[in-house]
Design a protein around this ligand. Structure first.
Ligand code: PMP
Length: 299
């Protein structure tokens, strides 16, 4: 039970989030009985705007950020979200990423005003996290820690799931990719409180899938959120890159919307389960623009 004081703090946070154009994204029927949140409509282009806002706003409100610089390791959507939100809230930020991260993402992060620190490509994400850990051992930096910070999952509990239920009620199943696990566990927690029978289906890349867009939903070894809330996931479905990409093309042909690769995987998985679960809620975490080369020709 959340006290009235805590509730109003959350409401203030959500109001501020809405005031800068994050949240309240469209929730539309993308296929028969399958509903998706269109998360590229968030201010900085993806579902990661929500957890980044929750974490940064809370740190700022508590005074923990005073005189300090925010730091996160991310080569993708989280980096974009953190840099943009930090700029809007007047906070300094640093993003650590492998040197082979997409040039578009690197440039956008720098244009948002973040400092970018590059680590060797050969060391991958782990190299970036290790570099970050060296820096946070001094007092000048505060680490968002999206993999373990439960505000990540809370952002989906308090906003993504609430928005879903407000417009479409309760589903028979939820389908979502698992990266940090914030999205799926936050939504799952909300719906299972309403109806423990809601089935929660996680999407993971099938073995041998290497494309960048599918790696977004590859649960990593940094798994604080999964350790805490992973029990809410009932079942895992594996989707390979051909399946995700052919789904993106199919949906483009049908709707004229270019969805991202994890969105393609979510839609593919949702359709697999649709015989069994008649009302499915999923998310389209970002658009396909960043992945044009991986997606290839659309027509
Ligand atoms: N899809 C995309 C495009 C993402 O950037 C991410 C986050 N890496 C995810 C899905 C997975 O979301 P989560 O971290 O909440 O599990």
């Amino acid at each position: 039970m959340i006290g009235s004081n805590a509730r109003s703090q959350i409401d203030d946070l959500i109001d501020s989030m809405h005031s800068i154009g994050i949240g309240n994204t469209p929730f539309i029927e993308v296929d028969d009985g399958i509903y998706a949140k269109i998360e590229w409509m968030n201010r900085f282009g993806s579902i990661k705007d929500r957890p980044a806002f929750f974490i940064i706003y809370s740190l700022k409100e508590s005074g923990d950020l005073d005189g300090k610089t925010l730091i996160e390791a991310s080569s993708g959507n989280t980096g974009l979200a953190v840099s943009g939100i930090a700029k809007m809230l007047g906070v300094r930020s640093i993003i650590v990423l492998p040197e082979n991260a997409s040039p578009f993402t690197k440039r956008s992060i720098m244009e948002n005003g973040s400092r970018v620190i590059e680590t060797p490509a050969s060391l991958g994400t782990e190299g970036s996290i290790n570099r970050l850990k060296e820096m946070v051992s001094t007092d000048d930096f505060i680490w968002l820690n999206q993999h373990s910070n439960t505000k990540n999952s809370d952002s989906h509990y308090y906003t993504t799931a609430r928005e879903m239920v407000d417009s479409m009620g309760v589903p028979s199943a939820i389908v979502a990719g698992i990266g940090t696990g914030g999205t799926i566990t936050g939504i799952a927690r909300y719906f299972k409180e309403i109806d423990p029978g809601v089935r929660v289906i996680g999407v993971q890349p099938a073995a041998g899938s290497h494309i960048h867009g599918l790696r977004n939903v590859s649960a990593s070894k940094y798994r604080g959120i999964i350790d805490r809330y992973g029990h809410l996931i009932d079942e895992i479905v594996y989707v390979n890159e051909d399946q995700a990409i052919s789904e993106i093309r199919r949906y483009y042909e049908k709707s004229g919307q270019l969805i991202g690769i994890s969105a393609g995987a979510n839609l593919y998985a949702s359709r697999l389960f649709h015989e069994r679960y008649r009302k499915i809620f999923t998310v389209f975490p970002d658009s396909g623009e960043k992945y044009r080369e991986e997606i290839g020709p659309l027509i």
